[in-house]
Design a protein around this ligand. Structure first.
Ligand code: ADP
Length: 301
């Protein structure tokens, strides 16, 4: 099966400074892929190279089998792009913004009209079609940008930090939209985020740091790669227990996750930990790693 995108050994530099440093990453049609990493990691640059906005120094990018260096036009036709900054014309009505994009992609008039109607209904924007974009809320404007990106029926939608500045309800609605696209239309969704919670929603996560892909896989596989690194205790008095554990030489701390004792192979230390505490211990559990643990274990080095 032809991958939706296939990036191999991609290097992108800006004036001698390396922003993407030999990244390889591919996705099957219908996958949701998150690029997760701190600001400056190289996520935007990778997305821009994929969408042919920035030329690679070396490496290869294919979009549905089209090499972006050989046939950038064919590659671009398969991509719908939602940029980090808003790129709608605020003075123009919703529908005119869509017409403008349809023309850009050379859609014949009748086809453009039908697609504009489709996406307006699909994204619940039909009753706002005559309103200037500046009258839309931030959330609706984002929906319109996604709707616009889909006009030419791309198989791959690329979104750079799509939920920045949106409130939690609007974010949830946007994620529901993206999952619907994957489930109903088998659109591949690639997005950059620095929110761990948003990476959790992806089928595949690529953790990017200093231009390198430092770890990749499904959220479940990434978590499974990290062995449990802590015990979580419930006691009759966590404050007393924490003091006792610290005095006994354990790395104990009260967290929002409970009283944690961090150590290697925590399953072997249970008896020892319980013995160090004089207050009644009501529960001891291995704390399974979260995506946060994976992320921090990967990027804090
Ligand atoms: P991210 O999207 O993860 O925040 P970027 O891809 O924007 O990361 O940036 C990666 C690196 O490239 C950073 O060091 C950034 O300063 C640099 N960079 C990004 N865009 C440009 C540019 N147009 N010119 C020069 N340097 C850039």
């Amino acid at each position: 099966m032809t991958p939706a995108f296939d990036v191999s050994d991609l290097v992108v530099t800006y004036g001698g400074r390396t922003a993407v440093d030999g990244v390889s990453l591919a996705a099957r049609p219908g996958e949701i892929v998150a690029l997760l990493g701190p600001n400056g990691a190289g996520k935007s640059t990778l997305l821009k190279a994929l969408s042919t906005a920035v030329p690679p120094d070396s490496g290869r990018i294919e979009v549905f089998g089209h090499d972006t260096a050989v046939d950038p036009v064919a590659a671009r036709r398969r991509i719908g792009m939602v940029f980090q900054e808003q790129t709608l014309d605020p003075d123009l009505p919703v529908e005119r913004n869509l017409w403008f994009h349809a023309r850009l992609f050379g859609l014949p008039r009748a086809q453009a009209r039908a697609r504009i109607d489709d996406v307006l209904h699909q994204f619940d924007l039909a009753d706002r079609r005559a309103d200037p974009v500046e009258q839309l809320s931030g959330g609706l404007a984002r929906r319109l940008e996604i709707a616009r990106a889909l006009l030419h029926r791309p198989g791959l939608v690329i979104l750079d930090e799509p939920t920045t500045g949106l409130d939690p309800d609007v974010r949830r609605a946007l994620w529901a939209d993206l999952r619907r696209l994957r489930d109903e239309e088998r659109v591949t969704v690639l997005y950059a985020t620095h929110y761990l919670a948003e990476a959790e929603l992806a089928d595949q996560v690529a953790i990017i740091h200093n231009g390198l892909l430092v770890r990749g896989g499904s959220p479940a596989v990434l978590k499974a790669e990290l062995a449990a690194t802590a015990l979580r205790l419930s006691t009759a008095d966590d404050v007393v227990a924490e003091g006792e554990l610290i005095r006994a030489g354990f790395d104990a701390s009260s967290t929002t996750d409970g009283l944690l004792v961090r150590c290697a192979q925590p399953e072997r230390r249970i008896a020892e930990v319980v013995r160090a505490v004089t207050v009644p211990v009501t529960e001891v559990a291995l704390r399974e790693p979260s995506l946060d643990d994976v992320y921090f274990a990967t990027t804090e080095s």
